[in-house]
Design a protein around this ligand. Structure first.
Ligand code: FPP
Length: 245
């Protein structure tokens, strides 16, 4: 079990999490999937608090993918309701911990009530600067890239951008994540080893960490363990070890 005291100063600036396993957690205990999602909100709270505690500046959570719209209507409704209740409940914690809420994805497709609540909390927390918590909602990386290419193409057509000046910065500026740095550490729970259409461009140099823990069981010590593991790795960004030292 890793304790906070075992971590050094090399805290990843941007941590992203694919929160997986709510359904399997519920099934294992003979409960409805919705109970798994509900328990998952507790793990969200704990991950947010522990990241804020150790100085992670950006935490991005994959809360609802573009593909999740294909789940049974009852489950989609439950997730949207949980979003609204969690936002209402957690605004106080966000303010107390000086955390700014941000959202990425096709937010227009969210039900009106969820979008309204989300926008209100984003507005109320916009001056907070200890950490930025980004919820990926109705998010799909391919959809984001298509939108980016479309927007840049229109600018090229209108003569606003010259094609040979398109570089990484131009692309970054058109992504939903334009205000976020690249991901340093990507965590996925539940033992699945997939990226599932999450931040494909932004994880180019991220360290990947997979754990068997199901999301509702994910606690502070699991987060610290992931960071501890990250701190033991050598990030070379294409260079050799000798060049780095
Ligand atoms: C994956 O588990 C989890 C989700 C699709 C939703 C994540 C949502 C929460 C943690 C709760 C609400 C979040 C916020 C931010 C308020 P799964 O259902 O795919 O699990 P399975 O793979 O075991 O079926």
């Amino acid at each position: 079990m890793v304790d906070k005291k075992q971590l050094n100063d090399n805290i990843p600036q941007h941590v992203a999490i694919i929160m997986d396993g709510n359904g399997r957690w519920a099934k294992k205990q003979g409960l409805f999937r919705s109970v798994g999602h509900e328990k998952g909100t507790k793990a969200v709270r704990e991950a947010v608090e522990s990241c804020a505690e150790i100085g992670v500046k950006y935490l991005t959570l994959y809360a609802f993918s573009t593909e999740n719209w294909n789940r049974p209507k009852l489950e989609v409704d439950t997730l949207m309701k949980l979003l609204v209740t969690s936002l209402k409940k957690e605004i106080k914690t966000l303010q107390e911990n000086n955390i700014k809420l941000n959202a990425i994805g096709n937010l227009q497709s969210l039900p009106g009530k969820a979008r309204k609540e989300l926008m209100e909390v984003i507005e109320k927390t916009k001056s907070n600067d200890h950490m930025t918590l980004t919820l990926a909602l109705s998010y799909g990386s391919r959809e984001e890239l298509i939108k980016t290419i479309e927007e840049i193409s229109i600018k090229v057509k209108n003569g606003v951008i010259s094609p040979h000046l398109i570089n990484e910065s131009v692309i970054n500026e058109h992504l939903y994540t334009k205000n976020l740095p690249d991901v340093d550490l990507l965590i996925r729970t539940s033992g699945e080893k997939r990226i599932s259409n999450f931040l494909l461009w932004q994880i180019a140099y991220a360290e990947l960490y997979f754990t068997e823990i199901l999301w509702p069981d994910f606690r502070k010590e699991h987060l610290f363990e992931a960071i501890y593991n990250y701190q033991k790795r050598e990030r070379r960004f294409g260079k050799t070890s000798e060049q780095l030292s």
